[in-house]
Design a binder for this molecule. Structure first.
Ligand code: NAP
Length: 223
């Protein structure tokens, strides 16, 4: 039976590319994000392996409901990719906006925690995998970056969760890309990483044999 992957932030960029790559590799995919029209379009493109699940990742009940819907639809959930995230409007601490930080922290940190908590019973049942999008910005210091600090949290969390999940044979991986050409940025970055490059890394970890835990994939654009 085909395995099922729940993806947050599936409506564009890394999440959408991962949905396509995972479906090509034989996975069913649950597509979670706020933009219902984009999710429906992507689900149509992928076909019967995909289910559009519109919702806000900052809302725990919305994620829980989507995961329940996906489980009912496919019979089980074997993996989740907590990928929804955004940057801050202004760089740095001095010129940053605390209200904007609240929203970013709610999405980048609490949104990923909600995904993990809501899906963990399914993963435990199936000895499944949790994947989460960190960043190169979560591995090194960047002047005043609150966004980077949310990704430092993700890297710490992923390592701690990997220890918790390993007690029952579950696996946790953080994917940490440098700059990727996605709508995350206002202008195109075609000479940087492409969303498909990150998607390939996620699918590599998903398809690794049970004995092998890919704990982290760190990838940078070559230039
Ligand atoms: N691009 C880069 O250079 C880069 C590098 C390292 C890490 N990352 C990380 O990669 C992840 C994906 O970003 P991306 O580059 O693919 O950018 P993107 O194309 O802007 O994708 C962001 C995704 O998150 C979703 N999202 C935003 N707010 C949401 C909310 N409240 N609830 C549910 N979904 C929400 C968006 O969908 P809706 O707007 O439809 O909700 C979209 O699907 C993020 O965690 C980002 O921090 C990006």
């Amino acid at each position: 039976m085909a395995k099922t992957l729940f993806i947050t932030g599936a409506s564009s960029g890394i999440g959408a590319a991962t949905a396509k790559a995972a479906a090509s590799a034989g996975w069913n995919v649950g597509l979670f994000a706020r933009s219902e029209d984009k999710l429906n379009e992507l689900a149509k493109e992928i076909g019967s392996q995909a289910l559009a699940l519109p919702g806000d990742a900052m809302n725990f009940d919305a994620q829980k409901k989507a995961i329940e819907q996906l489980r009912e639809h496919t019979g089980s959930i074997d993996a989740a990719f907590a990928n929804a995230g955004r940057g801050s409007k202004a760089a740095g601490v001095e010129s940053g906006d605390p209200e904007d930080w609240d929203g970013m922290i709610d999405l980048n940190i609490k949104g990923a925690l909600y995904t993990a908590h809501a899906v963990m019973p399914d993963l435990k049942k199936n000895k499944g995998q949790f994947l989460v999008t960190g960043s190169a910005a979560g591995r090194r210091h960047i002047k005043g970056s609150i966004y980077g600090a949310t990704k430092w949290f993700i890297h710490g969390f992923a390592g701690n969760l990997a220890e918790e999940m390993s007690e029952w044979g579950g696996r946790c991986m953080v994917v940490a890309p440098g700059m990727v050409d996605t709508p995350f940025f206002d202008s195109a970055k075609p000479d940087k990483l492409h969303a498909e490059d990150v998607a390939e890394a996620v699918v590599y970890a998903l398809n690794a044999p049970e004995r092998a835990t890919i704990r982290e994939v760190f990838m940078m654009p070559t230039n």
